[in-house]
Design a protein around this ligand. Sequence first.
Ligand SMILES: Nc1ncnc2c1ncn2[C@@H]1O[C@H](COP(=O)(O)OP(=O)(O)OP(=O)(O)O)[C@@H](O)[C@H]1O
Ligand SMILES: Cc1cn([C@H]2C[C@H](O)[C@@H](COP(=O)(O)O)O2)c(=O)[nH]c1=O
Length: 809
Amino acid sequence: MLASASVAAAVAAAVAVSVLHAKDLGGGPVLYGLLVGALTGGVVVGIRTAPALLPTLSRRRLLALALAFTGVALLAAGLVPDVTSVVLIMTLAGVGAGLAANTGHTLLDQETEDQRRPRTTEHLHAVVRVFVALGAVIAPLVAAGIGPHRLENGRFVFAHGGAAFTLMLVGALLLPVAALVLAKVDDRSGVPLRQDLRDALLGGDDPEPAPAGAGFFIALEGGDGSGKSTQAEALAEWIRAKGHEVVLTREPGATPVGKRLRSILLDVSSAGLSHRAEALLYAADRAEHIDTVVRPALERGAVVITDRYIDSSVAYQGAGRDLSPTEIARINRWATDGLVPHLTVLLDVDPETARERFTEAPDRLESEPAEFHARVRTGFLTLAAADPGRYLVVDAGQEPEAVTTVIRHRLDQVLPLSEAEIQAREEARRKAEEEARRKAEEEAARKAEEERLERERQEQLARLRAEEEERKRRELEEAQRREAERQAEEARQRAEEAHRRAEEERQRLLAEEKARAEAEARRKAEEERRRKQAEEEARLRAEAEALRLEKQRRAEEALLRAEQARRLAEQAAAAAEAGPATTGRPDPATTGRPSPATTARPEAARRRTVEEAATVPTPVVKPADAPGGGPVDETAVLPRVPDEAAGRRSGRSPVSEAEVTTELPMPPVPPGAADETAVLPPCRRVPPTRPPYCLPYGATSGARPTGGCRPATSGTSVRRRPTTARVSCRRSTPRTRRGAARVPTGPRRPRWTTCRPWPTNCWARATAMPTARTGTVTRTAGAAGADRWGPRVRVMSVLTRTMDPVRQT
Ligand SMILES: Nc1ncnc2c1ncn2[C@@H]1O[C@H](COP(=O)(O)OP(=O)(O)OP(=O)(O)O)[C@@H](O)[C@H]1O
Ligand SMILES: Cc1cn([C@H]2C[C@H](O)[C@@H](COP(=O)(O)O)O2)c(=O)[nH]c1=O
């Protein structure tokens, strides 16, 4: 471990000062890289070549020699000022360091028990890391501390920087470490190092390895109790099972001579036998064994498994004793005529562990001390490391089956096939070929089928694509056709719509034209009608005026006559007053009470006058209001209202039944009121003139109930008079719109008439009250501004007027 840590620290120090050393050498980063590369590359080469380097040389001595070699190389690297030489020397230093590291690691593994090996390895790596860190840190400091120095002695000039001195110092320090290792771990103290090294380097005049014939030669090596016999039997059985001829043999004692030699060699009574005699006796047994057993078997083609061979002599008599392994090996190569095993299986196990497996009393060699057996183990491992291709090192501390498995695995790789295996393999190959051919045919058929199916599928796909494209094309065409049809239909509909609209417009224009014409015709007819109506009204008014004038004239004449009569009467009265009274009757003129005759005449005259004067304006009759809808060409001239008294006197009604409205029943008249007739104001049409005391519902505000009229409310000057008779009122039928509902029969009723509290639902004409002071005047409807229901509809308003001639005039 000390050797490994030292060499690691030396390499780290050299790498650390390489940058300074390169600068001191006049180089730059390139030289620094070369120095570092040379060192690390050399280390790698040394690690890889260490197992095969000088296989007959003791590994312990090799470790010491590698340390010394590294130290010398570093010392030279510091001394030599030439750049190329320094790079080369650095490479050698790296190789030596790698040799030392690998050898030290191998020795540590060999000398450490299996259980402790991982921990030992970890410990070694930790120590190495610490030394590497120390070397990498301390070396530059040392170099800086030393600094450059120049010594001149005549022609000799010694000029180096601190890095060179550091390298020399590191190299110099490795030399005593190498000496210490050699002194402590040397296992060949009796053999001069120089001789050992020379023998290792020269190698001797070994015969060329002789071929082992057609067979396969397997050697099982290892310390006592490592399990060689156990594994040899297991392998022999396994190989036989493969069909091989197996020859299981051993050394020493496989031959009759060998048996006797074995007893000599292993018998404890042979203690003190010289090492060289021992080595020669083992070589003699081996020669006989190879000559009589092994080589014949190999020539037969058998698999020969030998329990121990030359390596046992090299390990026991060479590494274990103080004899040169190289010489032992050369002697045995001579004895066997250079027969080398195809595979050497080294069952490596700790000697102490193996000793625990002993079941018999130890023989002479087994009785050797542990150090002897440790060197033997190292000797075996050194040989195995020198030729890893031929050796199989197995951890024999495992279970026997596990060890067997490892060996089988290796033999599976190197053991030739037996005849049976060859035939089996041939048969298997033939079957495999046949199977492969069959599979190939099947595969070809399958592929052909797949290709056929693929072709069919592709064809089907192509067909489907074509059909799909055809379908899409048809759909597109159909869509285009439908679109064209739709557009055509839309165009047709638009044309129809335009045509229809044009027709409608034309019809509308025609209708409008017709309506205008009709309206014009109606307007003209209306104008004509109005003109005629106006003419008729004018005529009627003229006639009425003429009649009125006539009546007025007559009345005036009557008045004149009355006045004349009154004057005559006054004259007569005056005459009478002037003459004596002839009768007992009081003179009316004097008494103030006219005689019945005289009073009757003026009264009759006055009444006629009043009747004649009581004309009414002739209403304007609308053609549309005429019954039957026909125009009224003539205004009916109402007959004069006959005198009721005359009527009563004649015993018949002065008017026809059709002209007499229903006579209302006489309400009970209170005494004293029979002679009084309420003087009702004239009932006028509203509009334009409404009765002052009777307004239609809705004329002001509020809803108008069905039928009837309402009394004028506040804001209207209504004089409520107690009406008793001769009033007509509206029948309380629902008011309908014009033409919507009409009274089916009977005379048309006026819309407006006088109202009275009772009877509320009547449609009658109040008859004249039986009083001489009242008179009735019927007014014909149809006058302009009166009733529009026609001339034959009589306005049933009955005006009761006082017939006071004075008031009338
Ligand atoms: N891997 C193993 N683990 C434990 N015991 C073992 C193992 N291999 C063998 N043994 C036992 O160790 C004893 C020695 O075994 P074996 O004789 O095979 O060793 P050997 O190397 O041939 O010894 P020797 O060199 O003395 O002839 C036997 O009892 C065997 O059963
Ligand atoms: C071949 C050979 C053997 N030995 C030693 C090693 C053993 O101690 C005995 C053989 O005993 P085993 O039980 O048969 O293994 O002999 C030796 O020293 N040198 C040899 O070449």
